[in-house]
Design a protein around this ligand. Structure first.
Ligand SMILES: Cc1nc(NNC(=O)[C@H](CC2CCCC2)CN(O)CO)c(F)c(N2CCN3CCOC[C@@H]3C2)n1
Ligand code: NI
Length: 187
């Protein structure tokens, strides 16, 4: 299974590469990889397993973070409604592409972090608040899914990894917490 030792850290060249699209039909290898990426996220969100395996919590993971320059991401966004325990998003996306986005922007109030970055980089990472992503799922079906707010931020962080972009590339170096009035701050 995937653990922190499999995740490359900033400075590794693959994190700055553009990842390659995967071919269809998906190979067993690419299907298995997607499943293992989701399993990592599930383990990382399980307090007992995360402790046992010394995993940092994660809601998303991109194949380049495993030194695999392929356009594959996994996202596991837990529900925050105890009435509905089902995850908001639990998906492996092959060749994801942001096909449209809102003018309105948003950012996480706590800023962003990254499993490939072993340091805090303070500042707002301002991104479109709503996006539409076209992708292929593990069954080989073409999908189009809309994301907003927290989920949209997570998806964009992961798609950035496929294009060699790190979250801190977006932070305003002059004033990391500069905010235009219409930017939605997500707590
Ligand atoms: C926001 C958050 N980021 C966590 N980590 N960073 C990541 O996921 C990186 C990707 C995220 C960083 C900002 C946007 C995308 C990984 N990245 O580098 C992949 O490219 C968390 F772990 C986390 N949560 C909230 C939900 N909680 C449920 C219970 O388990 C703990 C978990 C903690 N929220
Ligand atoms: Ni990351």
């Amino acid at each position: 299974m995937i653990t922190m030792k499999d995740i490359i850290r900033e400075g590794h060249p693959i994190l700055r590469e553009t990842a390659q699209p995967v071919a269809f039909p998906l190979s067993e290898e690419d299907i298995t990889l997607g499943q293992k990426m989701l399993e990592f996220l599930e383990n990382s969100q399980d307090p007992v397993k995360a402790e046992e395996l010394a995993l940092r919590g994660g809601v998303g993971l991109a194949a380049p973070q495993l030194a695999i320059p392929k356009r594959i991401i996994a996202v596991l966004i837990p529900s925050n409604d105890p009435e509905k325990p089902e995850p908001v998003v639990r998906e492996v996306l092959y060749n994801p592409k942001i096909v449209s986005h809102s003018v309105q922007e948003a950012c996480l109030g706590d800023g962003e972090g990254c499993l490939s970055v072993d340091r805090d980089v303070p500042g707002y990472v301002i991104r479109p608040a709503r996006i539409t992503v076209a992708y292929t799922n593990a069954a080989g079906e073409s999908k189009k899914m809309r994301f907003k707010n927290y989920s949209a931020i997570v998806l964009q962080h992961e798609v950035d990894h496929l294009n060699g972009i790190m979250f801190y590339d977006h932070i305003n170096t002059d004033n990391p917490f500069a905010l235009r009035p219409d930017v939605l701050v997500i707590e």
